[in-house]
Write a protein that binds this ligand. Sequence first.
Ligand SMILES: Cc1cc2nc3c(=O)[nH]c(=O)nc-3n(C[C@H](O)[C@H](O)[C@H](O)COP(=O)(O)OP(=O)(O)OC[C@H]3O[C@@H](n4cnc5c(N)ncnc54)[C@H](O)[C@@H]3O)c2cc1C
Length: 428
Amino acid sequence: MTARPLPKSLYAATARPPITAPPLEGERKASVAIVGGGFTGLSAALHLAQAGADVVLLESHEPGWGASGRNGGQVNPGLKHEPDTILRDFGPEMGGRMIRLSGGAPQGVFDLVREHQIQCEAHQGGTIRAAYHEAGFAEIRAGAEQQQRHGAPVELLDAEEMRRVTGTSRYVGGLVDRRGGNVNPLGYARGLADAAQRAGAAIHGGSPVTRVARGAGGWAIHTPTGIVRAEHLALCTNGYTDGLWPGLRRSIVPVFSAIAATEPLPEELARAIMPARSVLYEIASITVYYRLDAANRLLMGGRSALRDTSDPREYSYRRLIRYSETLWPQLKGVRWEYFWNGQLAITPDHYPHLHEPAPGVIAALGYNGRGVAMATAMGKQVARRILSPTAELDMPMTDLKPIAFHGLWRSAVAARVTYGRIRDMLGV
Ligand SMILES: Cc1cc2nc3c(=O)[nH]c(=O)nc-3n(C[C@H](O)[C@H](O)[C@H](O)COP(=O)(O)OP(=O)(O)OC[C@H]3O[C@@H](n4cnc5c(N)ncnc54)[C@H](O)[C@@H]3O)c2cc1C
């Protein structure tokens, strides 16, 4: 497999330059080998290297090539499930840890950005959840009550307040969570890679791991041009998980999401659209998410074709533009300059997953669209587990369970999208 270039995204055009990460050549030893150079792998590498571990990270393409360098840049707090559900599913001890980990995950990102002086347009302007029908707002209200009981800084917004913070009268209500914000995600990934490298981690791009085998004293991790022999192996491949580890790819659904971005908008138009410069996602079966960047570009994200495409004529991009113009008719005539998409991992239970499928092997994946903050936090959990096998984790270690009928995921996702669109139209 040859290393593939980044998609022609806004981030590829605007992020800080990449680090030098040449392919692995020859054989070497390490304490930990990490597969995957997104937020999970880079955060694990950084925290391990800072603790003095000898770490090698292997990435098929370049650090940030996967979802980490392509996402909406929304640094969102919490998990897909509300606190009471988490406590019901995992009990007060583990459930409480999960709530604290996921609630504090955005602050973890902004702290890393500050600590390592990462140039990534970081801005902690809050995350808004928006509802355009009463059923969605009822869901938000129920969640807000639980969040507040757990001390989260969330506030409900009525229709008028939503109009004020979004410049559109589409929403019947919403919620703002002050812990959230945004980054240029490719800049953040490259900054993490830089910090990990400076802390002593070896980072190799153009190094797809093709095979892993258990040998004397650990694992042999093979790429086309080299081998790493390591005591620990961390699998951090999320939506790009391949057949490297048996059953791992089948434990998640690798859905696509697409983003379109405008040219920089005039200040007045940008201020009319999102005066508070928060990030927003809608409560709907098919999530739409958007924000402005530091140059006043509007980034609009949502459902995607089920393949890599940057073709502006593709239906999902045209849909995003049409929807934007419904929200803000004054956008008509604005130029849309960038179109890209990527894959993220959804788990059947909508919780992030941590597995130890064999001695010395750990896998972390499945952030269900909240990976900017959560993948960073989970990378740190991976590091903590490797550094101290008896350390208490803030996310449960679960068995690796392949999904039945996984081969049908494309048709299932397509059917779900159609079903979701009908529900969204009906407002149910
Ligand atoms: C379009 C889009 C928008 C999104 N928007 C948001 C958002 O606004 N907010 C949010 O919180 N989350 C969002 N997400 C999700 C978020 O980006 C991910 O959850 C997160 O980046 C996952 O990070 P990761 O490191 O686990 O995986 P990735 O960043 O996907 O990295 C995995 C890496 O593993 C590498 N790899 C795979 N197999 C091998 C192998 N055999 N050998 C070597 N390397 C390998 C891949 O090349 C890839 O670079 C979005 C995702 C997409 C695609």
